[in-house]
Design a protein around this ligand. Structure first.
Ligand SMILES: NC(=O)c1ccc[n+]([C@@H]2O[C@H](COP(=O)([O-])OP(=O)(O)OC[C@H]3O[C@@H](n4cnc5c(N)ncnc54)[C@H](O)[C@@H]3O)[C@@H](O)[C@H]2O)c1
Length: 379
C-alpha cells in the first residue's frame, strides 16, 4: 500500500479528528493508499503531547508552519486553523508543492478566497480540496445515487441546513469562532455553510440570487476573565435562494446555518422535493432515510434503515449505523483515493472542490449584502 506522509497544521478539534482517522485506516477495506502523520504544527504547545504520545510516526514538531512546509518528508498537509490564517497558510502550502486539504470556509472572506484560487491556478499539479464530511453519510450517498438516476424528476424545492445549539448557553465564554478578526464577517455561514452547500452544489444546483436574514442573537459573551466581550459575528443565517438545475430550471432553495437552534446539538438535514420523487434526511435520525416515489398513484413515504452503506468499503458490518467519525474517515479516504487515482471513486464521494468553495464565497458575500440592503442580491 502506498503511503502519503502528512503534516497537520492546526492540531485542535479537527486536527485530532484527522489524526484519529489515520490511526484507524485499517477500518477501510479496499484502499491502496494510506496517510501517515509525520509532522505536526500548532502555536499552542499544550496541543502537541496528544500527538506525540499517540503517533510514533511523528518526527517533526513545531510551532512554525513555515518549518513544517520546508520539510521535504511531508507530501501533503491538512490545515485546520482559524479562518484569518487560511489564505496565507494555504497559499504557502500550495506554493511549497504540498497537496492540501484545507478547512472551510477556505478563506476568511471573498478576497482571501480569490487569493487562494489564484494560487491554485498557478499550481495545477497540487491536489487541493476543502474539508466537508457532510456528503459521506450513507443517506447522503444514497441521495447522490438518486440524483444520478434522475429519481427526483424536475426539482420543486430543496432545503439544506446545518444547525447547532452550543451557543444557547449564554454563559459560554467567547472563543475565536465568535470574533470578527478570526472568524470573519460571514459568522455562522463561514463556520457551517460549506456543509449545507456541499450536496446542492455537487448536484449542480446553483444559487442565482439570495435574500438573506442574518441574526446576532447574543451580542455579548463572558470573556473568560470575569468581564464581558462583544460577540460580533452572525449567530444564525437563513438564505432563500433562487437556484437552477443543470437544465436551467429554476426552483427555491433554502440554506440554513444556525448556532442557536433550540434542540439541535449538531443537526445536518437535507430535503429534496421533486415531481417524480422526494427524499428527506436529518442526522438527528442518522440511520433513517425517507423517500417517496410518485407515479400518479398514492403518495406514501418509505422509511429506509441505511446501515453502513459507505462510499469506500469498510470492515463494519452492513447492518450497523454510521456516525460523525465514520464520515470523517470516508472524507479522508476520498481525498487520498483522488490523490492516488486522479478522480473520486464516484461523483458524490468527492471532497469539496475549490470551485465549489469559491461558489460558497459568492453566495455568502451576496448574503451579507442582502442583509445590509434588505434586498435580493445576485450571486
Ligand atoms: N469539517 C468540520 O466539520 C469542522 C468542524 C469544526 C471546525 N472546522 C474548521 O476547522 C478549522 C479549525 O477549527 P477547529 O474547530 O479545529 O479549531 P481549534 O481552535 O480547535 O483548532 C485550531 C488550532 O489552530 C492553532 N493555531 C492557531 N494559530 C496558529 C498558528 N499561527 N500556527 C499554528 N497553529 C495555530 C490553535 O492553537 C488551535 O489548536 C476552521 O477552519 C474551522 O472552520 C471544521
Amino acid at each position: 500500500m502506498k503511503t502519503i506522509k502528512f503534516g497537520i497544521i492546526g492540531g485542535g478539534l479537527m486536527g485530532r479528528e484527522f489524526a484519529s482517522a489515520a490511526a484507524r485506516w485499517c477500518h477501510l477495506a479496499d484502499m491502496d493508499v494510506r496517510p501517515e502523520i509525520v509532522a505536526v504544527c500548532d502555536a499552542n504547545p499544550e496541543i502537541i503531547p496528544w500527538y506525540t504520545e499517540n503517533f510514533s510516526s511523528i518526527t517533526q514538531v513545531t510551532s512554525d508552519y513555515k518549518e513544517l512546509l520546508a520539510n521535504p518528508e511531508v507530501d501533503a498537509v491538512y490545515i485546520a486553523v482559524p479562518h484569518n490564517l487560511h489564505a496565507d497558510f494555504f497559499c504557502e502550502a500550495i506554493s511549497a508543492g504540498k497537496h492540501l486539504m484545507g478547512e472551510k470556509p477556505f478563506g476568511i472572506d471573498q478576497a482571501a478566497n480569490d487569493k487562494i484560487m489564484n494560487c491554485i491556478a498557478k499550481h495545477p499539479d497540487v491536489l487541493v480540496r476543502c474539508s466537508s464530511e457532510s456528503l459521506f453519510f450513507p443517506a447522503m450517498q444514497r441521495i447522490g445515487k438518486m440524483i444520478e438516476q434522475d429519481a427526483f424528476g424536475r426539482i420543486i424545492e430543496v432545503n439544506s441546513g446545518f444547525l447547532h445549539c452550543s451557543d444557547m448557553d449564554m454563559n459560554k465564554p467567547i472563543n475565536w469562532k465568535r470574533k470578527l478578526a478570526f472568524n470573519g464577517e460571514y459568522g455562522c455561514m463561514g463556520d457551517l455553510g460549506m456543509h449545507a452547500c456541499h450536496m446542492p452544489f455537487r448536484a449542480g444546483w446553483v444559487p442565482q440570487d439570495v435574500r438573506a436574514v442574518l441574526s446576532n442573537i447574543v451580542p455579548e459573551r463572558p470573556d473568560g476573565q470575569g468581564g464581558m466581550a462583544s460577540c460580533e459575528t452572525w449567530d444564525n443565517a437563513t438564505l432563500l435562494c433562487s437556484a437552477t438545475d443543470a437544465d436551467g430550471q429554476s426552483f427555491p432553495m433554502t440554506i440554513k446555518t444556525q448556532r442557536i437552534a433550540p434542540g439541535n446539538t449538531n443537526t445536518w438535514y437535507l430535503e429534496i422535493l421533486g415531481t417524480k420523487g422526494s427524499a428527506r434526511w436529518s442526522s438527528k435520525q442518522i440511520n433513517t432515510l425517507e423517500i417517496m416515489e410518485y407515479n400518479g398513484n398514492e403518495q406514501a413515504w418509505q422509511v429506509i434503515d441505511m446501515g453502513h452503506q459507505m462510499a469506500h468499503k469498510s470492515i463494519t458490518g452492513g447492518i450497523f449505523e454510521a456516525g460523525f467519525s465514520d464520515s470523517i474517515l470516508q472524507m479522508w479516504a476520498a481525498f487520498l483515493y483522488e490523490l492516488e487515482h486522479g478522480h473520486p471513486i464516484s461523483r458524490f464521494a468527492g471532497c469539496v472542490t475549490p470551485l465549489e468553495a469559491a461558489l460558497s464565497h459568492r453566495l455568502f458575500t451576496a448574503a451579507l449584502k442582502s442583509q445590509r440592503e434588505k434586498s435580493v442580491v445576485e450571486v
